[in-house]
Write a protein that binds this ligand. Structure first.
Ligand code: SIN
Length: 308
């Protein structure tokens, strides 16, 4: 089955791709994504300067999910700006994820990265793991100020990666911001920030940064991810493409994201745990679900979730 999808005019050969952060920091990892069945190459969220990230251990997988506090380890935007033109040889979209510690950072990176011509730019407003730095996406005014500046320097399709929201009022407020800015797609959601996982045997936290607090991912966050995909899909009347991220372990999970309104799906924890073979497995599983249900393509079931 053809699992391709189109987002903001960009065709993806498969609707399944990596989430920013999962196996996408180094040249080797990005090239491996290029050779894999991933439908795109999404870079790690890049900052102005290269970063080692937070002290280890900073990732912990457990049955049901993961907790991480990576702290944005990345090569710095200059390295990615050089790499992006080379990654085009894999003939699949390259999505540059950008982050920063000030509006100025975002603008500097966005300008330079836009010149390296990725197919899309994803503006990460939702990293929960930098000690002392809030998640920008929880502050509508700061988000609007920043996004308006970034929008001016990005000419390729520009999307925003948002944190999970737990109240419709917050989603509605962010929709008004995004409408005023004019974005081309959304990535929903980043990890559920500042969770805490405890090892009762050792009577200890499982990651070092921030006293053990970190972003939760994997199966346990799927209902939160689906709720955000569905809420934003409805608030935008199905007009804004959404990439669903969170809790995709099987093809059936990807199908649920599509039903809620996603045009594509990103894989984080499962990709980290299972490796690049994830894409081929999920492709087969998703195709089997769609065929069994009588859908001819991922777009045929987009948003088709029934309400009671
Ligand atoms: C990290 O590097 O800490 C994760 C990035 C993110 O959640 O945006």
């Amino acid at each position: 089955m053809d699992l391709s999808t189109t987002i903001a005019g960009v065709r993806f050969p498969s609707c399944l791709m990596n989430a920013a952060g999962a196996r996408c920091v180094t040249r080797e990892e990005l090239e491996a994504l290029g050779r894999s069945h991933a439908g795109a190459i999404v870079t790690k969220s890049m900052t102005v300067e290269p970063r080692q990230g937070n002290p280890e251990p900073r990732y912990h997988g457990f049955p049901g999910g993961s907790i991480n506090s990576m702290g944005l380890p990345n090569l710095g935007y200059r390295a990615y700006a050089q790499l992006i033109p080379e990654l085009r040889k894999f003939k699949k979209p390259v999505m540059a994820s950008i982050a920063g510690f000030s509006d100025e950072d975002f603008v500097t990176i966005a300008k330079a990265i836009n010149e390296s011509r990725p197919d899309l730019v994803e503006v990460n407003l939702s990293c929960p793991n930098i000690p002392g730095e809030p998640q920008i996406g929880y502050d509508a005014n700061s988000s609007e100020r920043l996004l308006k500046r970034v929008r001016k320097v990005v000419s390729v399709p520009m999307g925003v990666k948002l944190p999970p929201y737990f109240d419709p009022a917050h989603q509605e407020k962010m929709v008004r911001v995004l409408e005023r800015v004019g974005v081309d797609f959304l990535s929903l959601i980043n990890s559920v920030g500042n969770g805490l996982v405890v090892d009762p045997d050792k009577e200890c936290v499982v990651i070092k940064p921030k006293g053990g607090f970190g972003g939760l991912g994997g199966a346990l966050i799927k209902p939160v991810a689906l709720a955000n995909v569905r809420a934003f899909w409805k608030l935008f009347g199905g007009r804004l493409p959404i990439i669903g991220t969170g809790g995709v372990v099987t093809g059936a999970d990807a199908f649920e994201h599509l039903l809620c309104g996603a045009s594509a799906v990103q894989i984080g924890t499962t990709l980290v745990e299972e490796g690049l073979g994830t894409f081929e497995r999920l492709e087969k599983e998703l195709a089997a679900v769609l065929e069994k249900k009588g859908y001819a393509s991922p777009s045929a079931c987009r948003g088709a979730l029934r309400e009671l």
